[in-house]
Design a protein around this ligand. Structure first.
Ligand code: R5P
Length: 303
């Protein structure tokens, strides 16, 4: 029997691409809130002796995590052979250190909670900075799928003569990988965060030549402050409108100055988080990692 995929929260495009891959049967789950706001979960599809995988992007995590944990517990209690989690966006990774005395450090706490309930985890381009590998904080097999191939394919199909721009040093490794796939030039800027919505951008756009289209690629777009600042900087320095790409679109509406900016030519996000700007499908890299982990867990079970 195929593994079961229960979708708890995902873009419609991603949920259907995951099932279209042929790896999974679809599982059905009933969810609702009690009148007091608490979560109710019931797995309608039988899971005994089956590999069970939950697809749940973790944007707005505080609204989703309890349902996810209850669903995982229900699957374990009903005899699932393994319970995996595909969380295209993995929340709480950015607070990876106490910047001020007394601050909670969310990344290891959240990883510990998920490690207790799941046998494995697959995510996409997690925000890893001072923590450099998921293995440092997860005690279960945890894999980071890459969005570089689908992003490069989208750029190749939609942008002429791209010049890639990374906002900060953390973006350098994957900007380099996307650039290599496209054989395109790139620059990596320097970002200093001044507040939740405000950043200062340094560094140079050396290499941006006439006729090239600047393409800013960031892993997370939240307030939109980083993109807005970079797009304005490119417009001032190079008199060019930029294309922007976000892997994880955590913004609701774009901030007004960016949304109405003549300096923003287009904004495309991956479908890791449901959003009107979703253009780039990322099911394939998630499926590839999940298939390997399901197989490893099936083998371990048989030993
Ligand atoms: C931070 O280091 C990330 O890579 C993003 O650049 C950041 O989260 C973007 O946030 P915002 O849209 O609020 O500027």
């Amino acid at each position: 029997m195929k593994p079961l995929l229960f979708t708890l929260h995902a873009a419609d495009s991603l949920a259907s691409d995951m099932l279209a891959g042929g790896l999974f049967d679809e599982g059905n789950v009933e969810r609702r809130r009690f009148p007091d706001g608490e979560s109710y979960v019931r797995l309608e599809t039988g899971v005994e002796d089956r590999a069970v995988v939950f697809l749940c992007s973790l944007d707005r995590p505080d609204e989703r995590v309890m349902t996810l944990l209850l669903a995982a517990e229900a699957a374990q209690a009903q005899g699932a052979q393994q319970v995996g989690l595909i969380a295209p966006y993995l929340a709480y990774m950015r607070q990876d250190k106490a910047f001020r005395p007394g601050e909670a450090v969310s990344a290891p706490v959240f990883a510990e909670i998920l490690s207790r309930r799941f046998d494995w985890l697959v995510t996409l381009e997690p925000h890893l900075h001072r923590i450099t590998s998921l293995d440092e904080i997860f005690t279960i097999p945890a894999r980071a799928a890459e969005a570089t191939q689908p992003i490069a394919e989208w750029i190749a199909a939609h942008v002429e003569r791209p010049f890639l721009v990374g906002p900060d040093s953390e973006s350098a490794p994957w900007i380099e990988r996307i650039a290599a796939r496209l054989d395109a030039p790139f620059a990596v800027l320097e970002k200093e965060r001044l507040g939740d919505h405000e950043v200062r951008i340094g560094g140079t756009l050396g290499g941006l030549r006439p006729g090239m289209t600047p393409v800013v690629v960031d892993d997370i777009v939240s307030s939109g402050g980083t993109l807005a600042t970079i797009v304005e900087r490119i417009a001032q320095e190079a008199d060019r409108a930029a294309v922007c790409i976000a892997v994880h679109a955590l913004y609701g509406e774009l901030p007004a100055p960016l949304a109405s900016s003549a300096s923003l030519q287009a904004l495309a996000s991956s479908d890791s988080v449901p959003h009107a700007s979703n253009r780039i499908g990322i099911a394939n890299p998630l499926l590839a990692e999940a298939e390997q982990l399901i197989t490893l867990n099936l083998k371990r079970h048989r030993l």
